[in-house]
Design a protein around this ligand. Structure first.
Ligand code: PRP
Ligand code: URA
Length: 212
């Protein structure tokens, strides 16, 4: 079985997330720092797809490295709206990657998600999926997205969930239902508050990224 959560750790992540967490950071700076952070997350997600070892010849010798095995069978799926920001960083790193969309909206009062729209490649059942959503709070939106993918025939073990900020409640919920889904996050915070927002968190990612 795959490890439940892989946390990205580096000075760059700490620096970028500190700016994003600061409530006084204006929209434009928030979006700029978030893009820089999500580019690192996107690269990590791509690197966690199945690879094979290859030997390359350098100008000065040989080097044993890795090559992506499944380049033609990967789809980046956005949980809209906020997930679009992360999919764009996957696309910036890998312009040819296929893309799918799930519009899932969390009710502002109850935090219960609703699926409004689904557009996925017809052959997604055979693909590896980089599922993109910056926030994992109650886990309701991620669960709804994973269920939509499984219904279309995607294998749980072929799903990598890319996430900027998580919390124990969301991780536990997704992992209990779908232990084969790999979660890659940049940080796991303490808990949810009474409004089901992550504490200390960074507030509403979508509003801060898109300007409200
Ligand atoms: C946010 C976020 C996740 C969801 C996480 O989206 O982007 O999709 O909440 O919360 P959950 O784990 O409790 O489901 P939201 O529905 O607020 O819409 P947005 O993308 O437009 O910001
Ligand atoms: N969605 C967000 O954008 N932030 C949270 O803290 C929880 C859900």
């Amino acid at each position: 079985m795959v490890t439940a959560v892989h946390t990205l750790e580096s000075r760059a992540i700490t620096h970028l997330m500190t700016v994003m967490r600061d409530a006084s950071t204006p929209h434009e700076a928030f979006a700029a720092h978030a893009r820089r952070l999500m580019r690192l997350l996107a690269e990590e997600g791509i690197a966690c797809l199945p690879h094979t070892r290859i030997e390359v010849t350098t100008p000065c010798g040989t080097f044993v490295g890795e090559k992506l095995l499944v380049a033609s069978a990967v789809c980046a799926v956005s949980i809209m709206r906020a997930g679009d920001s992360l999919v764009e960083e996957v696309r910036a790193a890998w312009p040819g990657v296929r893309v799918g969309k799930l519009l899932i909206q969390r009710d502002e009062q109850t935090a219960i998600p609703r699926l409004f729209y689904e557009k996925l490649p017809a052959d997604i059942a055979r693909m590896h999926v980089l599922l993109c959503d910056p926030m994992l709070a109650t886990g309701g939106s991620a669960m709804m997205a994973i269920d939509a993918l499984l219904k279309r025939g995607v294998r749980a073990a072929f799903i990598i969930f890319l996430n900027v900020l998580s919390c124990p409640e969301g991780i536990a919920r997704v992992h209990a239902a779908h232990p084969a889904v790999q979660i890659i996050t940049c940080a796991t915070d303490e808990r949810l508050n009474e409004r089901k927002f992550i504490v200390p968190g960074l507030g509403d990612f979508g509003d801060r990224f898109y300007g409200g």
